[in-house]
Design a protein. Structure first.
Lengths: 214, 165
């Protein structure tokens, strides 16, 4: 995809949210041989700054450095299609449309829509980020078991964040430390097809699986 | 209880009280995700006092006449509550980080056993998103070379996160 678009004044920045840093992210980046900018974010700074709760999450930023489409699930290939039931094509087409048409693209959101989606004045979410940050600090400074109560507190304060669950599970033993597993958690919400909320694309024919069940 | 034992107990109690009053211990302050070791901090419930020198060292904030400042960013200290923020003792000026965090609506996570304090995002940092300005960040690539979002100004950017987990 990038090869087609990169001459159109367009850049992809992929950011790995891995507390394990280069050690955990390197095999994946090496395998992908990216021609785009691939960055490592041990402290989950980007998720913190943009209030992201899962991966992959995409944000569109225009030439002036302004957000024109905020956080949403962003699959650019179909590697995980059997798990998510989500086809990447509509999202990719939307992205190409924006690269071609810019502000005229139907996928660019109005400032009002954006503000509504981006506003977060929930103090619990901010505190959850601090608890998670403390957990990461303790973990990376050699105190993995002391990190666990803080990861748990982050999960309790912001239960919507899959980032807080999955990263914490990876750093320890999910069953032993948290009494659960990723699989159990996905089953709790009704299975992997409900794990991601599909991107809200105008003209998209794909229905939200939650609606299909009704 | 024999009088001399009683005296010993009283002495211990007095010592206990004086220790509680000036309990300067080490602490780790994490600000903007950077950890700084503080050799003498006064940690009490709801209060965390460090010297103004350590304030600058750990947080790059300075106490100035107009407030607590970092470059052009300045938070005035409420005049009527100044003693909750600042006091002088043993020839140094001390600053209460928890009063400041409260003032700037900043969440604080604390690990008591490891005396580690993590300061989250201030409300001015959190509100940046609703300005629709994409928050800038600087991160390394696999070779350690740093890249900033701001470097790509003038291009459309598709920012996408992922993880190995």
């Amino acid at each position: 995809m990038y090869q087609q678009l990169k001459d159109k004044n367009f850049e992809i920045i992929s950011v790995a949210q891995d507390t394990g840093g280069v050690k955990d992210a390197r095999p994946w980046i090496t395998a992908a041989k990216p021609t785009f900018t691939a960055l490592i974010d041990e402290k989950h700074l980007v998720s913190k700054l943009y209030n992201m709760v899962n991966v992959p999450t995409g944000v569109w930023i225009n030439e002036k450095g302004r957000i024109v489409r905020p956080n949403e699930v962003a699959f650019v290939d179909d590697r995980f299609k059997t798990f998510t039931g989500m086809d990447s094509a509509p999202y990719l087409n939307a992205l190409k449309d924006w690269v071609d048409k810019g502000a005229q693209s139907q996928y660019v959101m109005s400032p009002e829509q954006l503000k509504q989606k981006l506003s977060s004045n929930d103090p619990n979410i901010a505190l959850a980020a601090a608890e998670f940050g403390l957990g990461e600090q303790l973990y990376s400074r050699g105190h993995p078991s002391e990190a666990i109560p803080h990861f748990k507190e982050a999960q309790r304060l912001n239960p919507k964040s899959w980032n807080y669950k999955r990263q914490a599970y990876l750093l320890g033993d999910a069953k032993r430390d948290y009494g659960t597993t990723f699989k159990d958690e996905v089953e709790k919400i009704g299975g992997s097809k409900l794990y991601y909320t599909p991107p809200d694309l105008p003209g998209s024919t794909r229905k939200d699986p939650k609606d299909q069940q009704k | 209880m024999q009088p001399k034992h009683l005296a010993a107990v009283v002495l211990l109690m007095v010592m206990g009280v004086s220790l509680a009053q000036a309990k300067e211990t080490r602490a780790t302050i994490v600000y903007d995700d950077v950890a700084t070791e503080i050799s003498s901090a006064d940690q009490q419930p709801g209060q965390l006092w460090i010297t103004t020198g350590d304030l600058t060292r750990s947080m790059q904030f300075e106490v100035k006449p107009q407030g607590v400042c970092r470059k052009e960013l300045c938070f005035p200290i409420p005049k009527t509550r100044k003693q909750a923020f600042l006091h002088e003792s043993s020839g140094k000026q001390w600053f209460n980080l928890l009063a400041f965090a409260d003032l700037v609506h900043q969440p604080v996570a604390h690990d008591e056993a490891l005396a580690t304090w993590y300061f989250g995002q201030r409300s001015d940092q959190r509100q940046m998103l609703t300005s629709l300005e994409a928050p800038n960040f600087t991160l390394p690539d696999m070779e350690g070379k740093l890249h900033s979002l701001a470097d790509f100004r003038g291009k459309k950017v598709f920012l996408v996160t992922w993880a190995s987990w």
